[in-house]
Design a protein around this ligand. Structure first.
Ligand SMILES: Cc1ncc(COP(=O)(O)O)c(C=O)c1O
Length: 404
């Protein structure tokens, strides 16, 4: 038994939680936030700030930069210069801002699908085109398709690539070699890389992610990295994130973009939460990583015994479990299945279709909740899948009858 009680169920009703909008009627295993309380030191820092009672405008203090620099040095072996860091109210606002600042309307932006669905919005809502370079899915493993990637990057209209490192939803930690190849290809073709590293701390015990900017000179010079304590410590609602870029020209441009988009100023809690988390959160995080690994193992074992046709993909990072449902859907869309599970079995997962090419036929399950909730979610999933199968068989029987 560790020092922290991740089994403790926290009632989130009455907090306007997006994830729990249906209250207790539904087990929500979809949107990527956790049902765990943030570390005690973070809660105390926020209470202290709230108790002060004056909530005027804030500046970014040096201790905010120091907390990031120290965390990346201790945890990720990356030496950040404090001057490289720029505050942003979120990773998505930063990515959208980077798309607007660093590319032109009509340009193409490369993403490796299946990938975090909001990347599509950041690109399309700003009048740019998505260029998908699908990952290779072979023998239960995902890898980058470098031939296809080079073809996409060589397109003269491609000016940006958004990298997801580690990758949501497939859970890969990209290796130094893979990232170095991405860096050199992008540099050769004049493509800027936005490296979204929001999941970087949530690696399986014993595994470390590789910061893109630390891989090579190519990677450092052509990239803007987006990071945040929000996934790691469950602080998404604080709207606290950072971007860093070693290249001063890129940094100036992204910094101007964040400012003109009005997403560069913190609320009264954003700095306190980040500083407390990066200063005090290491032990809590290491126990959380073990807890998530155990939950991942539990899902795999449950699927093996009780969910025929469903196979969780092996992953090295994130608390998201990517479920291959080809045994049930045979490559078809998982949208009807997700809707069915929600309405008939009271369990909500994300459909893989929204993650782009390669996502059809998959479901995404968020396992970041106390075991008791996860187990109830899995039982509902089992029942829901049985009902779905029966309904599909019945529909097929009726179709066959109509044809006869
Ligand atoms: C890859 C990735 N980037 C960004 C975000 C959201 O970032 P933010 O809440 O800081 O905008 C998520 C949330 O799930 C994510 O998975």
């Amino acid at each position: 038994m560790g020092q922290y009680d991740f089994d403790c169920v926290v009632d989130r009703s009455g907090t306007d939680s997006l994830k729990w909008e249906r209250g207790g009627d539904e087990i929500p295993l979809w949107v990527a936030d956790m049902d765990f309380m943030a570390p005690r030191e973070v809660r105390e820092a926020l209470i202290r700030r709230a108790s002060h009672g004056v909530f005027g405008y804030s500046v970014i203090p040096d201790r905010w930069r120091e907390a990031y620099v120290s965390w990346w040095q201790r945890r990720h072996d990356l030496e950040l210069d404090p001057a490289w860091l720029v505050f942003a109210t979120g990773v998505v606002p930063a990515i959208s801002s980077a798309v607007r600042r660093l590319t032109a309307v009509g340009d193409k932006v490369v993403i490796q699908t299946p990938v975090y669905n909001i990347f599509f919005n950041s690109i399309l809502n700003n009048g740019r085109h998505v260029l998908e370079s699908p990952l290779i899915w072979r023998d239960g493993q995902y890898s980058m398709d470098f031939d296809d990637l080079e073809r996409c990057l060589a397109d003269p209209e491609t000016t940006m690539m958004i990298l997801c490192n580690p990758h949501n939803p497939v859970g890969r930690i990209w290796s130094r070699e893979e990232l170095a190849r991405v860096g050199s290809l992008c540099r050769r073709h004049g493509v800027t890389v936005i490296s979204d590293e929001i999941h970087c701390d949530l690696t399986a015990p014993g595994k470390a992610y590789v910061p893109f900017a630390g891989v090579s000179e190519d990677c450092r010079e052509i990239s803007v990295t987006c990071v945040a304590p929000s996934k790691t410590f469950n602080l998404a609602g604080l709207q606290s994130a950072a971007v860093f870029a070693a290249n001063s020209h890129l940094r100036e441009r992204i910094s101007r973009g964040l400012n003109t988009d009005e997403v560069a100023e913190p609320n009264a809690f954003a700095v306190e939460g980040a500083v407390a988390a990066y200063t005090w959160g290491a032990e809590w995080l290491d126990e959380l990583r073990s807890y998530i690994q155990d939950s991942r193992d539990l899902v795999a074992e449950f699927a093996r015994r009780h969910l025929p046709g469903i196979c969780p993909v092996d992953a090295e990072a994130t608390y998201l479990i990517w479920l291959d449902c080809s045994g049930i859907l045979d490559g078809g869309s998982s949208v009807p299945l997700t809707a069915f599970l929600r309405s008939q079995a009271g369990v909500r997962l994300s459909s893989g279709d929204s993650y782009g090419t390669g996502g059809r036929g998959f479901l995404r399950l968020n396992a970041a909740c106390p075991r008791q909730i996860l187990e109830e979610g899995l039982r509902r999933l089992e029942r829901g899948l049985e009902m779905f199968r029966c309904r599909e068989q019945e529909l097929k029987r009726q179709r066959d009858q109509d044809l006869a």
